[in-house]
Design a protein around this ligand. Structure first.
Ligand SMILES: [Zn+2]
Length: 197
């Protein structure tokens, strides 16, 4: 059975297997903000680059707009005709206050088949850098996190905070971290790094 990592701090971009052609695609997480007025629901429901979502939060219905930064590139402000109070540029800068990141909804772009689509991410299935060891899936978010993982597994100290992608390393299942598994895990990571350039 595959081990599903508990993952709360996904980076903005993840390397994935293209759901359309099986090549190498880039997934980007969707950005969420509050809907300003209920009359805007229809606009966001119809839009190809936004979605509307209602969720119960502390007993109250909350209304959200999800935007997909890597789908925005093909549109300009005039084409979109956004409702008042929304600025397309702000969707491209997630650090702006008032936005949060969706847990798993985003979109991907593929340089091989040129697909650009909304997509719900499942890391253990979608990760481009993944391999199976002892019937469990070992995956990394991108090439840098795979290299970090290799150094972490190879080190004697196993101090996740000594590496750049500490929050990712803290979620690596124990089965991959035992001394017995070390050689095998490193060999598999090296193979992945060589195969997936
Ligand atoms: Zn593709």
């Amino acid at each position: 059975m595959s081990y599903l990592y508990a993952w709360k701090s996904l980076p903005n971009q993840v390397d994935i297997i293209c759901p359309n052609c099986g090549g190498h695609a880039i997934f980007e997480i969707g950005l969420v903000r509050h809907l300003q007025h209920k009359q805007e629901v229809a606009y966001f429901q119809k839009s190809p680059i936004f979605d509307y979502e209602a969720r119960m939060n502390s007993g109250q219905k909350q209304h959200y707009v999800i935007g997909y930064p890597n789908l925005l590139g093909g549109y300009n402000e005039t084409d979109l005709n956004l409702p008042d109070g929304y600025d397309i540029r702000s969707w491209l800068h997630p650090e702006i206050r008032g936005y949060s990141r969706h847990q798993d909804l985003g979109s991907y772009t593929c340089s091989q088949c040129l697909a650009r689509k909304k997509y719900r991410l499942c890391l253990k299935d979608d990760a481009y850098y993944k391999t199976e060891i002892k019937q469990q899936v070992l995956w990394a978010l991108n090439r840098d996190s795979l290299i970090d993982l290799k150094h972490y597994i190879a080190s004697n100290k196993r101090d996740a905070f000594a590496h750049q992608q500490a929050s990712f390393l803290l979620h690596i299942p124990t089965v991959f971290k035992t001394r017995k598994s070390r050689k095998l895990v490193i060999a598999q990571i090296d193979k992945l790094l060589a195969d997936k350039r």
